[in-house]
Design a protein around this ligand. Structure first.
Ligand SMILES: C=CC1=C(C)c2cc3[nH]c(cc4nc(cc5[nH]c(cc1n2)c(C)c5CCC(=O)O)C(CCC(=O)O)=C4C)c(C)c3C=C
Ligand SMILES: [Fe+2]
Ligand SMILES: [Fe+2]
Length: 368
């Protein structure tokens, strides 16, 4: 059966008739636990924190710390935090990533691009390898890998590419691949962020300062040449310019510090406390590096950081949601994808040829 797109909510019904395609976009996000429970967190954290791209310390020392301390203590603590943001449909990160994939496919369809968009997770499910197996079984021959991270880092973007490369090592007949490494300064992405801030200000009023909080990284990675820090600063500057903000009306900070080492500064929560203790009593906080709301934004920022700011004397804290399913955010992803799909034939392949190709793929087994 040719692949049939599902109708989307924001962009109306999918084009009439079956949509055959041999091109896919793999929309990859970080991944999330299956449930807000300690056992599910232990499985998730064990996979995530065993990735040498994420924790760059000598393997043996790290394995002792990870299994001897972290995986004994952190799962229960993190599970309790996840429970506060869990939705009836599951973890917010998973719900939003699945929705984004559907909307992106619908949007590309409206632009006349017949592309299958499949969500995948670097850790947990749906795994990148299983998703690529499934796409191959569907007859997909070209894959554009779109990590859902605007700013490149070794811990995130490169780790997605590692995982795709692991799959290619055990696959004979490879699809053609392309990778998107970053979109931190893409005008449509910056424009979508600016639009969401302006809409937020219209709804909620405007604070004295816009705090742009990005996920942190060990500071060491900056000195080792990771471009993440620079790309976050550039996103921040471009967003401030798009909003016409003066230098004293915004700041970039870094959240989610893990462990005792020095991470990128300034840290978000101490910065908010310093603002509240000084003369800034009203802030709007946005997390431009997260393409979808998740534990780090909904719990760490909108609960913990909010409480810290108000407790320190702040009077008004508003949180600006991630782009999630915002039409401007989906349009930005679509224009980004369209540029990277250039030159690939996106008209429907001959349906009979596609069916025959799938038959051959199925007969030979997905791994071949
Ligand atoms: C151990 C070091 C970590 C590095 C380095 C790191 C980098 C990094 N992470 C994201 C995006 C996300 N991280 C999320 C959760 C999360 N991150 C870490 C640790 C590191 N991240 C942990 C241990 C956790 C799990 C939660 C916890 O126990 O605190 C998430 C949210 C996932 C969810 O399910 O909601 C995201 C998204 C980026 C972009 C990044 C480097 C640039
Ligand atoms: Fe993280
Ligand atoms: Fe966190």
């Amino acid at each position: 059966m040719p692949f049939l797109p599902e109708p989307t909510q924001r962009h109306g019904a999918a084009p009439a008739g079956p949509l055959a395609t041999d091109t896919a976009i793999l929309l990859c996000n970080l991944g999330t636990p299956e449930a807000p429970t300690a056992p599910a967190l232990r499985r998730y954290l064990a996979q995530f924190l065993s990735d040498p791209r994420v924790v760059e310390i000598p393997k043996l020392i790290w394995l002792v710390i990870l299994h001897g301390i972290i995986l004994r203590v952190r799962p229960a603590k993190s599970a309790a935090k996840y429970a506060t943001v869990w939705t009836p449909d599951g973890s917010p990160l998973k719900v939003w990533t699945e929705k984004q994939a559907k909307l992106l496919q619908g949007r590309l369809g409206e632009q006349g691009l017949r592309v299958r968009v499949a969500p995948a997770m670097r850790y947990g499910a749906p795994a990148i390898a299983a998703t690529l197996d499934g796409l191959k079984r569907e007859g997909i021959r070209r894959v554009l890998v779109l990590p859902a991270y605007p700013q490149y880092s070794g811990a995130t973007t490169a780790s997605v590419i590692d995982d795709v490369a692991r799959w290619t090592l055990q696959t004979r007949h490879l699809p053609e691949f392309r990778f998107i490494n970053r979109y931190h300064d893409d005008p449509a992405y910056i424009g979508a962020l600016a639009q969401s801030v302006r809409e937020h200000w219209q709804r909620e009023g405007r604070g004295e300062k816009l705090v742009m909080s990005f996920h942190g990284m060990p500071e060491r990675t900056l000195h080792l040449g990771d471009p993440y820090h620079c790309e976050c600063l550039k996103t921040g500057r471009l967003l401030a310019e798009a909003l016409g903000l003066r230098k004293d009306e915004w700041l970039v900070s870094f959240q989610s510090r893990f462990g005792k080492a020095k991470w990128l500064e300034p840290y978000t929560e101490p910065s908010l406390i310093a603002l509240a203790q000084g003369s800034c009593k009203s802030v709007d906080v946005i997390c431009p590096g997260f393409s979808a709301d998740c534990l780090e934004t909904l719990e760490e920022i909108n609960q913990e950081a909010r409480e810290a700011f108000l407790h320190a004397g702040g009077q008004r804290f508003t949180y600006i949601p991630c782009l999630n399913d915002h039409p401007a955010g989906i349009r930005a992803l679509a224009s980004l994808a369209e540029r990277h799909l250039q030159g690939w034939p996106l008209a429907a392949p001959d349906a009979a040829a596609l069916a025959a190709q799938r038959e051959r793929a199925l007969a030979a087994g997905a791994k071949e």
